[in-house]
Design a protein around this ligand. Structure first.
Ligand SMILES: [Zn+2]
Length: 302
């Protein structure tokens, strides 16, 4: 399974008994990632069976409490429970200072290495890559500096077509060259590379957009994503409130999904005033049919 997303918290502003605040666990080709870490995240991780000592990366979208206040407790628990594995945290300016200062004041020395990568970008920017995965950050439109993330499988090389190996008696050395993009020569004729190879498998991608007002530019940055999580704090009735607080309505989240031509839209970050998501689901689905309102503990596998 190359991709699994677990919704750890799907509510806005304050944790309630029904919904935790924003956090998601992503396992992408065995890279174990936490996205946002609102208060109470460590208990929610336990509740949904995510072993937090195995996390390798944490991405924080912005410094509003409901997206990061849980990180202090989570790091403290990791340390108390004997973590030695390095952890890398990506987030806006100020996050490292707050975390280091808190450990300094409480005279706690961590037994594991904490590396910080400060995000600062005005357009879509590659902030992480390894052999199989690349991660981009892009700015959103919120009251304070806030970033969305795009997690994407790395382009793979084309696969050589086994039938063509037999047909042209392609040697081992030639296979290597063809895999690297070369054409093949037989009896003075050139056989083009795309006749010898098959296109690489579809590249999976996941986009995370919260918190933000409707921001059309983001659609271009996440074009064609398999899955988009977009905040939908309010319904159309609270459009004024959405504008004033730099949040989105369910219909706006759906409009962005449509514009970005994603396959599936997840909406969350619901205001605690909604005891049911029926109204939000109806408003979003009218614009973009393949919409799901998430609940804490929901899992999505690609
Ligand atoms: Zn916010």
């Amino acid at each position: 399974m190359p991709f699994k997303l677990v919704i750890i918290g799907s509510g806005a502003a304050v944790p309630t008994l029904q919904r935790g605040v924003t956090s998601q666990y992503l396992n992408f080709n065995e890279r174990r990632i936490l996205i946002d870490c609102g208060e109470g995240t460590q208990l929610q991780l336990r509740k949904y069976g995510v072993r937090f000592q195995r996390l390798q990366y944490i991405f924080i979208s912005h410094l509003h409490g409901d997206h990061f206040l849980g990180i202090f407790g989570l790091l403290a628990s990791m340390n108390l429970l004997g973590r030695t594995q390095k952890l890398i945290i990506f987030g806006p300016d100020g996050l490292e200072k707050m975390i280091r200062f808190q450990f300094e004041l409480t005279k706690v020395t961590l037994d594991f290495e904490l590396e910080f990568q400060t995000i600062h970008c005005k357009t879509k920017t590659l902030i992480f890559e390894d052999r199989v995965l690349e991660i981009f950050a892009f700015p959103l439109k919120h009251r304070i500096e806030c970033y969305g993330f795009l997690f994407k499988e790395k382009p793979k090389e084309r696969n050589i077509d086994k039938d063509q190996i037999e047909k042209y008696a392609i040697s081992l050395a030639e296979i290597w060259a063809v895999k690297n993009g070369s054409d093949l020569e037989r009896d003075g004729k050139i056989i083009p590379n795309d006749q010898l190879t098959l296109p690489p498998a579809h590249l999976l991608s996941y986009a995370f957009c919260t918190d933000t007002r409707y921001y059309e530019k983001a659609a271009g940055w996440i074009k064609g994503a398999d899955l988009l999580y977009h905040e939908a704090t309010f319904s159309e009735k609270q459009l004024d409130r959405a504008k004033a607080t730099h949040h989105s309505t369910a219909a706006q989240a759906a409009a962005l999904a449509k514009k970005a031509e994603v396959r599936h839209l997840l909406i969350g970050h619901f205001s605690a005033r909604f005891t049911s998501t029926a109204e939000l689901k109806a408003e979003a689905s009218a614009v973009f049919e393949n919409t799901t309102c998430v609940e804490d503990g929901d899992e999505f596998v690609l």
